[in-house]
Design a protein. Structure first.
Length: 225
């Protein structure tokens, strides 16, 4: 419990909240904490949109499967970030995506609607929580727009390079490690894995990038055009 409390303090959802307020959330009957092993389903597609999630430790992926079973990774979420907040506060009654643990993970699930409804008379608590949530939703939308920009590129090669350049910018270096293995990267870019691997090999041969597993180095990012 004490460790979970300390991890909560690092979560941006609870920014500027005091210990009493955090304890109220932690001990609320609308809060539950569960451990999930690697590749376990945290929330299944079609589940009720009752809870907002917080990754206390580990990593999870937000995954969408189409009618034919093609898998797309919408986002990867690390500790101490939140997930499912958009669905909880929308008119969506069931989850249109699945949440999968990439590693052994400890997850806090909070019935935030219930907590907010019961806290409406505590203006400071209510204001801080809703303000933090609004900021996080806005930041998530910006990241989603970045992904849309990447996958809207016409070719697999352009998608790869757009993604790698975004990672270089994020890391502030032309040398970086991406948070995906090859299959996960293909799912994120929404391309065929074999075609993607072939393009990565071509980019290496042309001296545009260097790569080893999840490690990349951009040598000449403009040469692919």
């Amino acid at each position: 419990m004490k460790k979970d409390f300390e991890l909560m303090k690092k979560c941006p959802l609870f920014d500027k909240m005091d210990d009493e307020e955090l304890n109220a959330i932690l001990k609320s009957p609308h809060t539950k904490i569960q451990d999930f092993s690697k590749n376990h389903t945290v929330i299944a597609e079609g589940s009720d949109t009752d809870h907002i999630g917080i990754v206390l430790s580990g990593t999870i992926q937000i995954v969408r499967n189409d009618y034919y079973g093609n898998r797309s990774i919408i986002a990867m979420i690390n500790s101490p970030q939140i997930f499912a907040e958009v669905f909880v506060f929308s008119q969506t009654e069931t989850m249109p995506v699945s949440v999968i643990s990439v590693t052994d993970s400890r997850i806090m699930l909070i019935g935030l609607k219930d907590i907010l409804n019961k806290s409406s008379d505590r203006s400071s608590f209510y204001t801080k929580l809703t303000s933090n949530l609004l900021r996080l939703v806005t930041e998530k939308n910006l990241k989603l727009n970045e992904k849309i920009e990447i996958i809207s590129k016409r070719t697999t090669r352009e998608k790869i390079m757009a993604f790698l350049m975004s990672q270089a910018k994020l890391n502030g270096s032309d040398c970086f490690t991406i948070p995906y293995d090859r299959q996960s990267l293909a799912d994120f870019l929404e391309v065929d894995r074999s075609a993607m691997s072939a393009e990565i090999s071509k980019l290496r041969e042309e001296g545009i990038i260097e790569s080893k597993r999840s490690q990349f180095r951009l040598i000449n990012g403009n040469a692919h055009e």
